[in-house]
Design a protein around this ligand. Structure first.
Ligand code: SAH
Length: 244
């Protein structure tokens, strides 16, 4: 099955961009995902191709017109979930990415200027989504981020099927740290347990580091993780005493 990505943008030449390289690029050539870009400007009502206008109430910048964007969106209507990239949306999560990647595809709306006329979201079924608490100049890079996260989960895209399961956020925790050769580099040696060949010990060490690093680096994730476990038979208890 091909995951169909449709991008509505004022800059279609930005796609596939970096997604034409490496794993995503190969997957595109293999037909595991498809890309269709729609130039929003083609749906402008006037011959000047106007897509934006001054903000009602005054202020800096320009606003993308609801009528023009809606006409562009209505031209797609493939029934796939429609997401608008905007810093006003709830932050994108790995769990949302997983659900999207398991579906038939996405329609992505890329904003520019000050963003979209709000009435667009009142009149069309559009999910607003943010890629983080900072402001980009346009939705295209955010759309590339969302697509990259989806594409790597598509069947056959990642080399080893197991390499996705331990990943940061998959379990609600950050992943444990990685090491590779040389064994000693600038006086720092790979933790002994990872060289022990004792699989059970390695699993325990990795879990302990996952827990420890999440607690220290991302107390917000840790709180959510512990909260999610309350009421489960094992409760909120974690082993942290098995570290080396
Ligand atoms: N005035 C808006 C920002 C507009 S930035 C505000 O303050 O909320 C222009 C466009 O870039 C947005 O319409 C959106 O498509 C994109 N963009 C900027 N930051 C983003 C983010 N964190 N996540 C997703 N899209 C973003």
């Amino acid at each position: 099955m091909t995951f169909a990505a449709t991008i509505l943008t004022l800059y279609p030449e930005m796609f596939p961009g970096p997604l034409g390289q490496s794993l995503a690029g190969r997957a595109l050539r293999e037909g595991r995902w498809s890309l269709n870009t729609v130039q929003i400007r083609d749906f402008a009502a006037d011959k000047h191709g106007s897509v934006d206008d001054k903000p009602a109430g005054g202020g800096a910048g320009m606003v993308l017109r609801a009528d023009v964007v809606a006409t562009a969106l209505d031209s797609v209507s493939d029934g796939h979930p429609v997401l608008a990239l905007t810093p006003r949306g709830p932050p994108l999560t790995q769990s949302r990415v997983k659900t999207l990647a398991a579906g038939p595809g996405v329609v992505l709306l890329c904003g520019r200027f000050e963003g979209f006329d709000e009435r667009l979201f009142e009149r069309r079924a559009i999910e607003e989504v943010s890629i983080g608490d900072y402001v980009l100049s346009g939705g295209e890079v955010a759309a590339l981020v969302l697509l990259d996260a989806c594409i790597r989960l598509l069947p056959g895209v990642m080399g080893a099927p197991a390499s996705g399961v331990d990943e940061s956020f998959e379990t609600g925790l950050l992943e444990y740290p990685h090491y590779t050769r040389p064994v000693t580099w600038e006086g720092r040696t790979i933790p002994e347990v990872l060289r022990s060949g004792d699989h059970a010990k390695i699993v325990a060490w990795r879990h302990a580091r996952s827990v420890e690093d999440t607690r220290l680096r991302r107390p917000d994730l840790w709180e959510r993780h512990v909260g999610a476990r309350v009421g489960s038979p094992s409760g909120a208890r974690h082993r942290t005493d098995d570290e080396t």
